[in-house]
Structures are given as structure tokens and as C-alpha cells.
Write a protein that binds this ligand. Structure first.
Ligand code: AMP
Length: 623
């Protein structure tokens, strides 16, 4: 229920609970936006000009923290105590990023490779969630100051490829900052919303969102149908962005001035200054044809045309990603109806021209490319607050989700590329008589054997009433909510015993891993199928052997000596094949046994029925 509080000074009412802000928690910069007179606005800082809060945290010797521009200023002088690019670490284990941690100026701790990374500053360990919470707190304070009211609800954006662990981590960071995170929204979806795309209920559109920031490149292909957003595919490069353009420019100047980069690398401060000059030149060239300055005796000059040539290979790489994303979505350039530009680097005219040429159409680039995601998040927040017609935001699951079944096989319950939110249920039973517990182990991946997939978590359904094997009806439900967070429930339907977990994976899957797992599943499909059919044959054979044993015990008095002998011999023949690797032999032995026992089983059943009708049970002595 919405609460209304009255400002006692001026008597105005404030609907505190209906205000939901939109937050873009970025790798380089973050910002917060809200709806003002039906229009999203990004909140400026104290200087009243800049809406961007650098996603940087600096730890002072007294333990206090600086966030944003003040922290950025410390990046050169005190890198060990200044944390940037935290977003790259969200929901990741050390193993996930070991190859990249050397690029970070601060210390990333690896205490055991499967656990989530921590960052050490002055002998205190911080998680990426805590550090992100610091940035979120700064944004919360910024908007509270602007609006002069408490803000406790937010929508936060994440890249479309963020997995469950990364989304959870983002949500947790919000919680830690005192924010109730009502929705995690994909950045490309937010950017499209900012341009009003998909807001007409009857519209159907295909959108490409090209996002080139400071350090990352993402291309997403979205489909909007009846107000529902669906991410068809994503591609990109987590280490490609404006920083690389700056580096290219620095190298160019060093080269034309005949300077050795190695000399500069020793002088860290000078190198940083040159980097800043390169960034300045890049920005100047976005609106001028020439940049000219001198630095440390060097002629730092460059014309737009030369600059364009310099960055051309980098731009080509982004367009290659676009081709892959289109292909993955099963679409061509001709299908794309809108192209949305996001990220500070899309201000470069050559990039705009190249992307427009590639997609053969004009671009959506009128909004500030640094603000567009936060503006869209504010619109989404407004929709959630009930101020606009409700729109569902759909995503897809990047990998299949399922559970371990007998023999270490993966049983996919929600297949890869399923729409989110999504719910699927499947029934299972026990394999042992009197089984009272059932382990539910949840996995993510495309391979047939769980050993080749990634374990997300597990729990035990306890308190199943003892029943013969095969009798309990256990329903396993997988539900992914609109934020892509998975909840698994197991319920024994006869007794109502129920257990559920929200999957908080130990660590997330890196994009490289995700790609590798998909590739593996394709290259190993044939081998997997072989292994799977062998394991299935073995499982079935074990079940048949178990029920044969029971059959012999229960029908001892009905079966003739010859029947018992032959059944036992056929069962032993089957047993001999089970551990072998030939599924055909197993299936053949199983068929032989079944063929022989089927008529005897019918006869035994008739005897049981006749006895039951006489009111006696087999084994009881007839008087
Ligand atoms: P983002 O990560 O989206 O904040 O993007 C920041 C990147 O955009 C940095 O690499 C900036 O240098 C770059 N950038 C900002 N303004 C401009 C501009 N006018 N021209 C070219 N690049 C820019």
C-alpha cells in the first residue's frame, strides 16, 4: 500500500512509496534517473553539470571511503587503494577471471578457486557486492538530496548476458545499499524503452542495440511483440571499448614522434597523462576535424581522417560481433527495424557512420548515449510503479537448466533459449524401496552427463513417507522469475512434503565458459548420445533386475522349478552385460528376459487375483 507523507513545512504531500528510481550500475560510470513530469531525467551531482558517477571507490587511510569523481582522482596516485571495474567481478570466482586480474591495479584474492572473488584493501577483504553497494549508496544519496526525500526502491540494469549469479549479486548489492530492487532489467531493453520503442502495445519490432562503452562492447538483438521484450541474442567483447581507442592513439603519437613506449611505461604518471591527452583528443575529434597539442616535447597531432583509419580495425571487430548476433538470432540486417546507440564511445562519428552503413538505416542516437540506459530504467521503474501500462520484460535462458537423474545424467527441465519468466514441472520417483530422502542437484549446461555441466546447487527433499520404489510421485518445479532468478521446488504429491531453494550459485559462468560449454555440446553431441543411451540401458537393466528379483521372491509358490531356473539364468546373463559398454547387448539380454517372464507374470497375476477374490493372500496357509 502506498504511504503518503506530508511535508510539515510547506504542506505538500509526498508519495514516497510510489517513487522508484532507475539505476545504471556501469563498469566505468553509474547514474541514477527518475521520472519528472512524465519524462525521465538523470540526476546531476553537486557541480550541477555531470550526471555520471565514476564507478570507482577509494579507501582512505582512516577507513573512510570516497566514491565517484573524488575516488577517480586517486586512481593515479594510489591505485592499490582505489577500486574500479567492480562490475567485471560481480558473481565471479577467481577461476573465472584469473587471466584478467593482472590488469587490475588492486589486489584480487583467491582463497579457494571455487569461491567468489574478494578484494583486499589495507588487509580488509571486500566482496564485489559490498563495493557495488558503495556505488549504489552514493547514487541513492544523490537522488535523495535532489528530491529531498527518502528513496528505497529501484530498478537496476545489467548486461543482457549476465547470468543468474551476476544478477543475484547485483540484487544483493542493492539490498546492502538499503534499496528494494524491484526489477533487474537488461541494459539494451532499458535503452530501447528510453527511445519509446515497444511502448505501443500492438507494435512488433526487431531492434539492434549497439553498446560501446569505455571497456566493453555489447550487441543485443531484441524483439518486441505486444509490449513484450525478448532478447534474441547477444554478442560482444568484454575487453573492447573507448580505452582501446585511447591506447591506439597513444601508440600512434609515440610512433610518429619516434619515442619508445618502454621508457614511458617506467614513468607511470607521464603515461597516465598521455592517456588522458589521447582521450581528450578523441573527444575533440568527435566534433572537430583536427586535434593539435604538444606534450613532453612530442607533437600530439591527429586529423579526423587519420584517426578514422587508426580505429577502423577495432570498429570492424564490433561489426563482426553484430554479424554473429544476427546469425544467432536467425535474422539478417534487413530484418532490423531500429538501431539504438548506447555508450560514450558511440559519439565517435566514424563509429556512427560505420554502424549506420552496416545496418543500412539511420540510428537512434539523439539521447545522451551515457544516460540512455538509466533513462530507460526510470521508465521501467515508472511502469512498475503503476504509472504506465504494464509491460512484461522477457529474457531468455542462455543455457539449459535441469537436474541430475540416475546414472549421472542431466535431465533438462528448462531448455536453453527458453523465455523468462518461465516455469516447468516434471515428475520423478524413487529408485529404492523405503527411500525417505531425495537429493535434487541442479545443473546448468547442454551436455548429457552432469559431470560435463555446471552444478548450481542442491538440496535434499526430506521426509518422504517410506513407500516401495517407484510409488512416490515427486514433482520438481523450476521457476525463473522476470529477473532471471531460478527457484527450484520439490514436492512429494502423495504426502505433500515440500522443499524449495532459490538458486544462489557459488559462482557464475564467464562468457567464455558459456561459449565453450555450448561449443562442447555441439562437438560432443554424437558421443554424448552414445553415452546417454548406454547409461539409460544400464539404468533400465538395473530396474529390470530388481523387479525380477522381487518377482521370484513373491511368486516362489507359483513358479515351477524350470521357470525359476530359466528366469534366474536369463537374469544372470543380463547382469553380465550391465557393466559392459555395449548397449545393444544389454538391450538384447533385457528383451530375452522380458520375453520369457511376460507370460509367467500374467499367470502369476491371475493366481493373485483369484486368491484375492477368495479372501486369502498368497503365502497364507489355506485351512
Ligand atoms: P561509458 O562506459 O558508456 O561511460 O563510455 C565511456 C567512454 O566513452 C570512454 O571511453 C570515453 O572516453 C568515451 N567518450 C565519452 N565522450 C566521448 C566523445 N565525445 N567522443 C568519443 N568518445 C567519448
Amino acid at each position: 500500500m502506498a504511504k503518503i507523507s506530508i511535508n510539515l513545512k510547506d504542506g505538500t504531500a509526498k508519495k514516497e512509496d510510489t517513487l522508484i528510481v532507475g539505476i545504471d550500475l556501469g563498469t566505468t560510470n553509474s547514474l541514477v534517473a527518475y521520472m519528472l513530469d512524465n519524462k525521465p531525467v538523470a540526476v546531476k551531482g553537486q557541480d550541477n553539470t555531470n550526471t555520471l558517477v565514476p564507478s570507482i571507490i577509494h579507501f582512505l587511510p582512516n577507513g573512510k571511503k570516497l566514491v565517484g569523481d573524488d575516488a577517480k582522482a586517486k586512481l593515479i596516485d594510489d591505485p592499490a587503494n582505489t577500486i574500479y571495474s567492480v562490475k567485471r567481478l560481480m558473481g565471479k570466482s577467481y577461476k573465472d577471471l584469473s587471466s584478467h586480474s593482472e590488469y587490475l591495479g588492486y589486489e584480487v584474492i583467491d582463497d579457494d578457486t571455487e569461491s567468489l572473488v574478494k578484494i583486499r584493501v589495507n588487509d580488509i577483504f571486500y566482496t564485489p557486492v559490498e563495493l557495488s553497494a558503495n556505488i549504489l549508496t552514493a547514487l541513492k544519496l544523490r537522488v535523495e538530496k535532489e528530491l529531498n526525500q527518502i528513496v528505497s526502491k529501484a530498478v537496476i540494469t545489467v548486461p543482457a548476458y549476465f547470468n543468474d549469479a551476476q544478477r543475484q549479486a547485483t540484487r544483493d548489492a542493492g539490498k546492502l545499499a538499503g534499496l528494494d530492487v524491484l526489477r533487474i532489467v537488461n541494459e539494451p531493453t532499458a535503452a530501447s524503452l528510453a527511445y519509446g520503442l515497444g511502448q505501443k502495445a500492438d507494435s512488433s519490432n526487431l531492434i539492434a542495440v549497439y553498446d560501446l562503452g569505455g571497456g566493453t562492447f555489447d550487441i543485443s538483438i531484441l524483439q518486441i511483440q505486444d509490449g513484450i521484450f525478448e532478447v534474441l541474442s547477444t554478442n560482444g567483447d568484454t575487453f573492447l571499448g573507448g580505452d582501446d581507442i585511447d591506447r591506439l592513439l597513444m601508440d600512434y603519437w609515440l610512433k610518429i614522434n619516434g619515442r619508445d613506449k618502454q621508457d614511458f611505461i617506467k614513468e607511470k604518471k607521464k603515461l597516465q597523462e598521455l592517456r588522458l591527452l589521447a582521450e581528450k583528443a578523441k573527444k575533440v575529434l568527435s566534433s572537430n576535424l583536427l586535434f593539435k597539442e604538444s606534450f613532453d616535447g612530442m607533437n600530439c597531432q591527429i586529423a579526423r581522417e587519420v584517426f578514422d583509419n587508426l580505429i577502423s580495425p577495432l570498429v570492424s571487430r564490433t561489426l563482426d560481433s553484430c554479424k554473429i548476433a544476427l546469425n544467432d538470432a536467425g535474422k539478417t540486417v534487413k530484418d532490423i527495424q531500429h538501431v539504438v546507440m548506447v555508450g560514450g564511445s558511440t559519439r565517435v562519428p566514424y563509429i556512427k557512420k560505420s554502424v549506420s552503413q552496416f545496418f543500412d538505416q539511420p540510428l537512434y542516437d539523439s539521447l545522451d548515449p551515457d544516460e540512455v540506459v538509466a533513462l530507460g530504467a526510470a521508465i521501467q521503474a515508472d511502469i512498475l510503479a503503476g504509472n504506465q501500462k504494464e509491460m512484461l520484460l522477457l529474457d531468455i535462458t542462455p543455457l539449459s537448466l535441469g537436474i541430475e537423474t540416475v546414472g549421472g545424467l542431466m535431465d533438462a527441465i528448462i531448455p536453453r533459449n527458453s523465455k523468462v519468466p518461465s516455469r516447468a514441472a516434471r515428475q520423478y520417483t524413487t529408485s529404492v524401496d523405503g527411500q525417505v530422502n531425495l537429493k535434487v542437484a541442479v545443473y546448468q549446461g547442454e551436455r548429457d552427463q552432469i559431470a560435463d555441466n555446471r552444478r548450481l546447487g542442491e538440496f535434499v527433499l526430506k521426509g518422504i513417507p517410506p513407500m516401495p520404489a517407484g510409488l512416490p510421485k515427486i514433482e520438481i518445479i523450476f521457476a525463473i522469475d522476470a529477473d532471471g532468478i531460478l527457484k527450484v521446488t520439490a514436492k512429494e504429491l502423495r504426502s505433500g512434503v515440500e522443499q524449495e531453494i532459490e538458486i544462489k550459485s557459488q559462482y557464475g559462468i564467464s562468457e567464455e565458459d558459456m561459449a565453450r560449454m555450448l561449443m562442447d555440446s555441439i562437438t560432443n553431441a554424437e558421443a554424448d548420445l552414445k553415452v546417454r543411451s548406454l547409461l539409460e540401458a544400464r539404468n533400465e537393466a538395473n530396474n529390470v533386475l530388481l523387479s525380477t528379483q522381487k518377482f521370484l521372491q513373491q511368486n516362489d509358490q507359483i513358479l515351477s522349478g524350470e521357470e525359476k531356473k530359466t528366469t534366474l539364468a536369463l537374469a544372470n546373463a543380463l547382469k553380465a552385460t550391465v557393466d559392459g559398454a555395449n548397449k545393444d547387448l544389454i538391450n538384447k539380454a533385457m528383451a530375452d528376459l522380458n520375453e520369457y517372464t511376460a507370460p509367467i507374470a500374467h499367470r502369476a497375476m491371475d493366481v493373485h487375483v483369484a486368491n484375492a477374490m477368495r479372501g486369502t493372500k498368497l503365502g497364507e496357509k489355506e485351512e
